[in-house]
Design a protein around this ligand. Structure first.
Ligand SMILES: *Cc1c(COP(=O)(O)O)cnc(C)c1O
Length: 394
C-alpha cells in the first residue's frame, strides 16, 4: 500500500508530518529541495514535441510547488490545487475562471472586504451581476437564484463578525441550479473544516494565515474537486499565475506544525473569549464556539475546531466610540495593531462594517477583532485589562 493510503486514515498531526514529502525522490533528504527555475531542458526533440516529461517550464510546476500542492490536495480531499501570490488572488482567480459576462454571482454579505471590492469593481466591469446575500437562511438562498446564477461564494465563519453558514444546505440548492460553490475556508483551515466533504466545489485559502504561521509570507491556494479542476487549472495557465518556490517551501514548512499551533490558538482564544463574556465592558463576544453565539449549533455540528480569531463588541455609545476604542487599542502592548492573522503573535484591529448591506454593525458598541497568538493567556488578559482601564478613563 502507498503511504498516502495509510495517511488518509491517520490523525491530523500524523498527516501533517508526512504529506507532501517523498524523501526517496531526493536522495533521502526529509524535505523537498527549493527549485528555482524558469527553463527546463528536454533530452531530445521527441520529448519536447510531446511534452512527455514531468516538468516543462517554471511557471507550470516545480518539485517544490508540487510538494505543497500534493499536501494541500491531501488535506482538502481535492483533485487539484493551484498556488497564487496572495489570499485575495485565491478569490479573484477562481471567480475569473468560472464567471463570464452576463452571469449572476451570489456573494455572502459577511465576506472578506477586499473580495467585495473586487466584485464591485472588476467583476462588474466585466459584466458580471453581483448580489450579496444573508449568511443565515441556508437553503433559503434558493429564492435568490436566477436562471443566470453561476457561482455561490460562501465564507464561514464570516470575516470580522463570524456568522456561520449551513454550507451543506447551500451547496445542495446551488448544485440543483448548476452553480459552482466556492468557499473561503481560511479561518478553519482544512483541519477544522473540509469544504469539499460538505458539497463545496472549490476551497479557497489565504495560506498567508495559519499555514504560514509566522507573519512572513503572503500566498494563497485554491483546491477544486474533479468537476471544477480543469477550468481552474486552465485559468491559472492562461493568466500566467504561479507559486514562488521559496514561499511554497515556507508554507510547506509551516504546515508541519499547523496542527499543534492551531490547538494552542484554539485553547487560548476560547479561554480569553469566555473571560471576555464575563466582563462588564463587553456587550457581546462573537466566537462560534461559544454557546451564546447565534451560529454555535452549526459550528458544533459541522466543524472539528475553532481557530484563534474572534471579535467582541466593546460597549459604548456612538459619540464616544472612536475615543474609547482608540484608547483601548493604544493601551495594548502584546497585541500589535496590524492586519492579517494566523501568526504566532497576538493582534487587535478596530473593525469597520460600513460596506455591509445586510449584516450591519451592532448599535451597542464597536467591534474589535482579536487574533490570539501563542503567548501565555495570563499575559494577554493583563494586556486587555490595561486596554479596558484606558477605555474607561478616556
Ligand atoms: C486575509 C484573508 C484573505 C486574503 O489573504 P491575503 O494573503 O492577505 O491576500 C482572504 N480571506 C480571508 C478570510 C482572510 O482573512
Amino acid at each position: 500500500m502507498k503511504k498516502n493510503d495509510f495517511l488518509r486514515d491517520a490523525g491530523n498531526n500524523t498527516r501533517l508530518a508526512h504529506i507532501g514529502s517523498e524523501p526517496s525522490a531526493y536522495h533521502g533528504f526529509v524535505n523537498p529541495p527549493v527549485v528555482h527555475g524558469s527553463t527546463v531542458l528536454f533530452p531530445d526533440m521527441a520529448t519536447m514535441e510531446g511534452r512527455s516529461q514531468k516538468y516543462t517550464y517554471g511557471t507550470r510546476a516545480t518539485p517544490t510547488t508540487d510538494a505543497l500542492c500534493d499536501a494541500l490536495n491531501e488535506l482538502e480531499g481535492a483533485v487539484g490545487t493551484i498556488l497564487v501570490p496572495s489570499g485575495l488572488a485565491a478569490i479573484s482567480v477562481p471567480f475569473l475562471a468560472y464567471l463570464s459576462a452576463g452571469d449572476h454571482a451570489l456573494i455572502v454579505d459577511s465576506v472578506y472586504t477586499p473580495c467585495r471590492n473586487f466584485c464591485d469593481t472588476m467583476l462588474k466591469r466585466l459584466g458580471v451581476e453581483v448580489e450579496y446575500y444573508d449568511p443565515a437562511p441556508g437553503a433559503g438562498i434558493e429564492t435568490l437564484i436566477k436562471p443566470n446564477t453561476k457561482l455561490v461564494h460562501t465564507e464561514a465563519p464570516g470575516s470580522n463578525t463570524f456568522e456561520m453558514q449551513d454550507i451543506r444546505a447551500i451547496a445542495e440548492v446551488a448544485h440543483r441550479h448548476g452553480c459552482v460553490v466556492t468557499m473561503d475556508n481560511t479561518w478553519a483551515t482544512p483541519l477544522y473544516f473540509r469544504p469539499l466533504d460538505f458539497g463545496v466545489d472549490v476551497s479557497i485559502h489565504a495560506t498567508t494565515k495559519y499555514p504560514s504561521g509566522h507573519s512572513d509570507i503572503v500566498m494563497g491556494s485554491v483546491s477544486a474537486n474533479a468537476q471544477y479542476w480543469p477550468q481552474l487549472e486552465e485559468a491559472r495557465i492562461l493568466m500566467g499565475i504561479c507559486g514562488a518556490p521559496d514561499d511554497s517551501y515556507q508554507i510547506l514548512r509551516g504546515l508541519r506544525t499547523m496542527g499543534i499551533r492551531l490547538e494552542h490558538h484554539q485553547k487560548s482564544a476560547l479561554s480569553i473569549a469566555q473571560w471576555l463574556e464575563g466582563r462588564g465592558e463587553v456587550a457581546r463576544v462573537l466566537h462560534p464556539a461559544l454557546p451564546s453565539f447565534p451560529g454555535h449549533e452549526i459550528w458544533k455540528r459541522d466543524f472539528k475546531g475553532a481557530s484563534g480569531v474572534f471579535s467582541f463588541v466593546l460597549k459604548t455609545d456612538a459619540a464616544n466610540a472612536r475615543r474609547k476604542s482608540h484608547a483601548f487599542l493604544d493601551a495594548l502592548t502584546y497585541f500589535g495593531l496590524g492586519y492579517s492573522w494566523g501568526g504566532y503573535e497576538s493582534l487587535a484591529v478596530l473593525v469597520s462594517l460600513s460596506d455591509r448591506t445586510i449584516c450591519k454593525a451592532p448599535s451597542d458598541g464597536v467591534v474589535i477583532r482579536l487574533q490570539i497568538g501563542l503567548e501565555d493567556v495570563v499575559d494577554l488578559q493583563a494586556d486587555l485589562e490595561r486596554g479596558f482601564a484606558a477605555a474607561a478613563a478616556a
